[in-house]
Design a binder for this molecule. Structure first.
Ligand code: URA
Length: 200
């Protein structure tokens, strides 16, 4: 079994916090383990808990549409959450629950080693930059631990408040540009490195 599969199994059998007692399924995350971009939501809702998959309810349908609008598919990215088990009645996750689940998210980020982490909503954003309002930070990529964190509104917030939707669409367009820039600059670096090696 790969280290990543072992991590997923640990999430699926986790009892570190009381959310584990009421879950139908844990929701570790899904997508490509070599993804350039990891999306981090807040926590599973009703449908996610039923299916053991992230973002499969209404917010997930919007996320799929936003991905498709910039030529991405969920197979190309990795999608996960701050907490891997559903908080009862979709309440906000508590600080102790986020803390108990944090090592799993940290390990996922380390193993996937993406270029860009998209923080969906204020809970996810506060993992990277505590105490900053998402409304000001959204749409502005910034460095974090050698990666780029890209804060965006949560798709569920855009479903509740239609005014946020165009900002989210714009942020996805810019994400696609950011990924292209990142790819072309890493290709340039690779080309420079092999040129230097060939001169040795
Ligand atoms: N909202 C989230 O934050 N995560 C999900 O997986 C689904 C809805």
């Amino acid at each position: 079994m790969s280290d990543f599969d072992a991590l997923i199994q640990r999430v699926n059998t986790c009892t570190r916090c009381t959310l584990s007692r009421k879950r139908t399924n844990a929701v570790p995350g899904e997508g490509s383990r070599n993804a350039d971009v990891v999306f981090v939501g807040e926590g599973p809702g009703f449908y996610e808990d039923q299916q053991g998959r992230p973002f499969v309810g209404p917010a997930g349908q919007l996320l799929d549409q936003l991905l498709a609008s910039v030529g991405l598919d969920r197979k190309d990215v990795y999608i996960t959450n701050m907490v891997k088990c559903r908080p009862p009645n979709n309440r906000d996750p508590l600080p102790g629950e986020i803390a108990a689940c944090k090592p799993f998210l940290d390990e996922q980020i380390e193993m996937i080693s993406p270029r860009v982490l998209v923080a969906l909503g204020r809970y996810s954003f506060s993992k990277f930059f505590p105490d900053e309002p998402i409304g000001k930070a959204r749409g502005k990529p910034r460095p974090w631990n050698g990666l780029t964190v890209y804060p965006m509104y949560h798709p569920a917030a855009a479903l509740r408040n239609g005014n946020l939707r165009s900002a989210l669409e714009q942020d996805f367009r810019n994400l696609a540009l950011l990924l292209q820039e990142d790819l072309s600059s890493s290709r340039t670096e690779e080309a420079e490195q092999s040129e230097q090696l060939s001169l040795l």
